[in-house]
Write a protein that binds this ligand. Structure first.
Ligand code: PLP
Length: 502
């Protein structure tokens, strides 16, 4: 299977090349030329498999330049019971809110307690194998822009991985104290962490710019290095996310929640549009998904886009209590637009150019109609987010984080607006302990809170009896290793200095 660039259909590369490179030279994103189709028999066969078995099947159908042994090794190393706190890395939890059933896909049992682990525990293995196939002997430099969770998950995945170096940039005021502490205490010889004076979009734009500056790439090449990406623009990030939607469907059949062949909806708290796009790709493969419910916080650029066909990032940026969704430029939307425009690189390029120069674009009536047929967009503010956390905890004893609460709230709005009773899978993207302060404020409104993050973790634990994930508990006594802060304009120099090749 080959991969094309969304901005140049003449570019056609292997999976290994797509993963090693991260982004196409023309600035486009790599997409598979076609999707493997799973008929009834193929899907039924997966019912009997565990998560790793399902993952191996999906990976082997996309990574046709990898051997079965290579894929086995990647999957077995990534999804261990030790790293994911149990045999099933992505378990379902079934609860309800009022009359609405909630089928919650818990994606946060990995080492950094956010769903990014599902992809970032396996990406380093895929990447080192891809490098060997394409650029043997070179070191990959992983540049990451993070709104909080990707950074830590990437650091944890890449720490001390041979032939890789990783540099993470995060918005200085845009991540939670726990997220900051998680990153600044990161161990590993090959890791660097730096804050930038700007928001997530500034960090992402800065990283993209470094990627596409020829003089910087040449400098790396002279030193036997090349850039790669661990952001969800990398195909190796998206592919692992397809697996858990297929796996959730199988689990729901096995658990008697749906009959085989029934349609489901998915509800995804969305930022960069990677997670929800993976569910769309699963549907392209034959997974019976009816609706994709795209949940946003106050940064509701996607809600507006789905409703109007106009993407406009010229608007106020809000810092919310669901910081991993504080994004105005959702990179992976580009891949959906490419698909909906009939794989038109020309059309996609025009829209992306308009986004760069004008900060907005408007899709055609046809693309808008296709999008509205399958996607529902909704959003909620911080107050509604906390209200949802509180109701779910008080009524059902189920504690969720702020991002998941946005999804639950938007799902309630969707059910109210449409009356659609299709069973729905809600992606739960982080442990509530990653956002203890906001979750506490929701559960015990008005009550005085302790000063430090870890006292709040303890308080939340005392109140809810929900176990604190071991990786967060063990951070308490760790000292920060990193404290650099840089201007956005200085990011290129910072990278070269960190690599020792100024
Ligand atoms: C990254 C993240 C999201 C957003 O996912 P996208 O794939 O970027 O849309 C939502 N919730 C949490 C907790 C995250 O870390």
């Amino acid at each position: 299977m080959l991969y094309n660039s969304t901005q140049n259909a003449a570019e056609a590369v292997s999976a290994a090349q797509a993963i090693a490179q991260g982004i196409s030279k023309d600035g486009g994103l790599f997409v598979p030329q076609q999707f493997p189709k799973y008929d009834e028999a193929a899907l039924r066969a997966l019912l009997k498999e565990d998560y790793r078995g399902r993952a191996k099947k999906v990976f082997s159908d996309f990574l046709t330049d990898f051997t079965a042994e290579e894929i086995d090794e990647c999957v077995e190393k990534a999804y261990t019971a030790q790293k994911f706190g149990g045999e099933d890395p992505a378990p379902m939890a079934y609860t309800k809110l009022g009359d609405t059933d909630l089928n919650i896909l818990e994606l946060w049992h990995g080492p950094t307690c956010a769903f990014k682990d599902m992809a970032l525990q396996i990406l380093p293995h895929l990447l080192t194998k891809s490098l060997k196939k394409t650029y043997d002997g070179k070191d990959a430099v992983i540049l990451v822009a993070t709104s909080g969770d990707t950074g830590k998950a990437a650091l944890e995945g890449f720490k001390d991985v041979e032939h890789t170096k990783i540099i993470v940039f995060y918005p200085v005021d845009g991540v939670s104290p726990m997220q900051k502490h998680q990153m600044n205490t990161q161990e590993g010889e090959n890791v660097t962490v730096c804050a930038i004076k700007g928001n997530f979009d500034d960090a992402q734009t800065g990283v993209k710019k470094i990627f596409t500056t020829p003089s910087i790439s040449e400098k790396l090449a002279e030193n036997d290095m090349l850039f790669s990406s661990a952001n969800s623009i990398n195909w190796g990030r998206l592919l692992p996310q397809i697996v858990y939607y297929i796996s959730a469907y199988c689990d729901m059949v096995n658990d008697g929640k749906i009959a085989f062949g029934d349609k489901i909806n998915v509800v995804v708290p969305t930022g960069n549009f990677g997670n929800i796009l993976a569910s769309y790709y699963a549907a392209q493969m034959g997974l019976p998904i009816a609706k994709f419910i795209c949940a946003s916080n106050a940064n509701n650029v996607l809600t507006d886009f789905i409703n109007t066909g106009v993407y406009d990032k010229n608007r106020e940026f809000y810092t919310t209590m669901s910081p991993s969704m504080d994004i105005l430029v959702s990179s992976n939307l580009e891949r959906l637009l490419y698909k909906l425009s009939g794989d038109s690189d020309e059309t996609t390029r025009a829209w992306m150019t308009s986004l760069k120069t004008e900060g907005r674009y408007e899709v055609s009536e046809d693309v808008k109609a296709q999008m509205q047929e399958r996607f529902f967009g909704g959003f909620c503010d911080d107050e509604q987010t906390q209200d949802t956390i509180r109701r779910l905890f008080e009524q059902e004893g189920y504690l969720c984080d702020t991002h998941t609460a946005v999804a639950v709230n938007v799902y309630e709005q969707y059910v109210k607006a449409t009356g659609d009773a299709t069973p729905s899978v809600i992606a739960s993207t982080a442990s509530p302990y990653k956002f203890s302060k906001s979750v506490l404020q929701a559960v015990v409104p008005g009550q005085a809170l302790p000063e430090t993050e870890f006292e709040m973790v303890d308080m939340l634990n005392a109140l809810t009896k929900m176990p604190v994930p071991a990786p967060l508990a063990s951070l308490k006594d760790k000292k920060a290793r990193f404290s650099d802060v840089t201007e956005v304009e200085a990011m290129p120099q910072y990278v070269l200095a960190a690599l020792g090749i100024e």
